[in-house]
Design a protein around this ligand. Structure first.
Ligand SMILES: Cc1cc2nc3c(=O)[nH]c(=O)nc-3n(C[C@H](O)[C@H](O)[C@H](O)COP(=O)(O)OP(=O)(O)OC[C@H]3O[C@@H](n4cnc5c(N)ncnc54)[C@H](O)[C@@H]3O)c2cc1C
Length: 375
């Protein structure tokens, strides 16, 4: 099954691993508990100064041109050191690659360095109340008036909108268009009149995502990424990066948060019955399958079906690890301020964000199994 994939690292790859390890030893002190904008900016700046700010970006844009395996090795070292996941993730992982692929030379010159050094935090303004899985149904409008685009409408579930300086925005610029046509992508300035951000209180007590309302907010003609009316192509670039990006790391929450090792440690303290022991052993088997699927993804990073399989497997697995942890904790698992309870209460989001389970299954049914559309 693993034919064609050499799991032995080359001398260069081992050297890269060592270099990252040594850099972290002398540059990283302690993880911040909750990533604040200030701490995120400072950590991103430090990473960039060390040459690790955006490993997969091309060298000419300030990255190191790392391939998927090298990027994985770097991410692994960051995880081993328990380094923080900063709020720069959307800029580095989603918006930056879209600007590199579709942006103008001016946009590349002005926007990319500010993502790399943490000056600008980004959010992703895609989902709307009636356009999530069916993103092509989006209705936020941008109308050209006196040479500027005037934006009206609403987005929702926008992570980091409160903290973001810019957002990668999809808006309909041709009112007569339908579906994917007539959508334009903008590098949109968040801190302006006509933009209202309302935090959404989650059941874990936090508010990590938001509703965003636009009423007469503006974007300049130079802030269009790609061509007017061709935003769908830009969106596809970001969505591909998102699905792959959500499947790295050994934590149960899209690679972050508590891991299977933490659950094993917890079970050692609380004890467990025979059925719980079997569930834990089964979770270990699933984890090994997820790990190997991820290695396959590294060798074929553009494979939509592998990224769907990877996401499907790890999302549900993450939920099951958290469910068992809370069960093992008994009444203590109900206390909101414990890490496992926080993680458990976030875990339903796994099978929704970045493409729901049902949509991933649909992709596999149609594109891999060749099944006809459902009646
Ligand atoms: C933690 C988190 C962070 C997020 N951050 C962002 C962000 O920063 N920016 C952003 O733009 N969005 C963000 N989202 C939104 C996310 O992309 C959407 O929630 C997701 O695309 C699903 O859309 P929806 O919530 O509108 O659900 P809907 O699309 O309304 O789906 C509702 C239910 O119907 C099912 N369904 C829908 N269509 C079909 C179909 N064709 N076949 C079978 N079943 C179907 C779905 O699977 C789901 O169970 C975030 C979501 C989460 C959970």
């Amino acid at each position: 099954m693993l034919r064609g994939l050499d799991l032995n690292l080359s001398a260069d790859q081992r050297a890269l691993q060592r270099e990252m390890h040594d850099w972290l030893k002398s540059n990283f002190e302690s993880r911040f508990a909750e990533p604040t904008p200030e701490a995120s900016r400072a950590w991103q700046r430090r990473l960039q100064e060390g040459g690790w700010g955006a490993p997969t970006w091309p060298v000419e844009h300030g990255g190191r041109g790392a391939g998927p395996i090298e990027a994985h090795l770097i991410a692994q070292e960051l995880e081993r050191a328990d380094a923080p996941r900063p709020m720069t993730v959307i800029g580095i992982g989603w918006a930056g690659p879209a600007i590199i692929a579709h942006g103008s030379p001016d946009q590349k010159r002005q926007l990319l360095p500010r993502i790399l050094d943490g000056s600008d935090l980004w959010c992703q303004l895609f989902s709307e109340p009636d356009a999530g899985s069916d993103l092509a149904g989006l209705r936020t409008r941008a109308e050209k008036k006196n040479g500027r685009w005037v934006v009206s409408g609403q987005k929702t579930w926008t992570s980091f909108a409160q903290e973001a300086d810019l957002g990668i925005l999809l808006a309909r610029t041709d009112p007569s268009s339908a579906r994917q046509a007539g959508i334009t992508c903008f590098a949109f300035k968040m801190r302006q009149r006509g933009v209202e951000v309302r935090p959404i209180k989650q059941m874990d007590g936090r508010a990590t995502f938001n509703e965003v309302f636009f009423d007469g907010a503006e974007a300049a003609a130079e802030e269009v990424i790609g061509e007017v009316g061709d935003g769908w192509r830009v969106a596809i670039t970001t969505l591909m990066s998102e699905r792959v990006g959500l499947s790295s790391g050994s934590g149960t929450l899209w690679g972050d948060g508590p891991s299977l090792g933490d659950l094993v440690e917890l079970a050692g303290r609380t004890g467990l019955d025979a059925r719980q022991r079997q569930r834990l052993a089964a979770l270990k088997v699933e984890w090994e399958a997820i790990r190997l699927t991820r290695y396959r993804m590294l060798s074929r990073p553009r494979s939509a079906h592998l990224s769907s399989i990877g996401k499907l497997m790890s999302d549900r697995w993450g939920q099951k690890v958290n469910e068992l942890a809370v069960e093992l904790l008994g009444p203590a698992g109900l206390l909101l301020d414990t890490p496992w309870a926080q993680s458990f209460l976030f875990s339903p989001a796994l099978t929704i964000g970045g493409g729901t389970t049902e949509i991933q299954l649909d992709i596999l049914a149609q594109r891999v199994l060749g099944l006809p559309r459902a009646r």
